[in-house]
Ligand binder design. Structure first.
Ligand code: SF4
Length: 185
């Protein structure tokens, strides 16, 4: 399709039909769909960056990759103002309780991305003092593999999370609770 040609996938919009005609100056949908649409396009990330993966996160937030294209550029360092926790880096047993506290202080609904192998599995730190995966501490919605993951990988992870949110799903905590409620006694 060239510039100026009509896009058959979009609904027709006839400006002359505004104010009582049969044009597309209104739409019908469900409230849940609108809320999910707004949530998926306005994630406010809190970066819990402890190591080199945090640098890759900075790339994603900077101008070249620019996660504002996905509505996620409002970086917040207060858990009360964030709904997406991005854990980027090694988490050891000393800082793990702080990670949990930050997660607990975030309002619902909230989501978690585990960025890089260190956060996801302890990475090559097969050591007694390193948490062998943040899913021991908080529920994880999306794992982004790599050491470090590229900015494109993190963006892909955010897009996958947005697709999940668009379905109306809440965090993994909610899914687990729902699954438990639906499980026959
Ligand atoms: S996954 Fe690799 S890049 Fe990321 S924090 Fe661990 S060692 Fe650093």
């Amino acid at each position: 399709m060239g510039i100026g040609e009509p896009n058959a996938n979009l609904p027709a919009f006839d400006p002359k039909a505004r104010g009582g005609g049969a044009g597309a100056d209104f739409l019908t949908t469900r409230l849940e769909t609108m809320v999910a649409w707004a949530r998926r396009n306005s994630l406010w990330p809190l970066p819990f960056a402890t190591a080199c993966c945090g640098i890759e996160f900075m790339s994603v937030a900077a101008a070249h990759y620019d996660i504002s294209r996905f509505g996620s550029e409002v970086i917040r360092f207060s858990p009360r103002q964030a709904d997406l926790l991005i854990v980027a880096g090694t988490v050891n047993d000393k800082i793990a309780p702080i990670l949990r506290r930050i997660y607990d202080e975030m309002p619902e609904p909230k989501w978690v991305i585990s960025m890089g192998v260190c956060a996801s599995s302890g990475g090559f730190y097969r050591a007694y003092h390193v948490t062998q995966g943040i899913d021991e501490i908080v529920p994880v919605d999306v794992y982004v593999p790599g050491c470090p993951p590229t900015p494109e990988q993190l963006m892909y992870g955010i897009i996958r999370l947005q697709e999940e949110i668009a379905t109306g799903r809440k965090s993994r905590d909610h899914r687990s609770a729902r699954a438990a409620a639906e499980r026959p006694a």
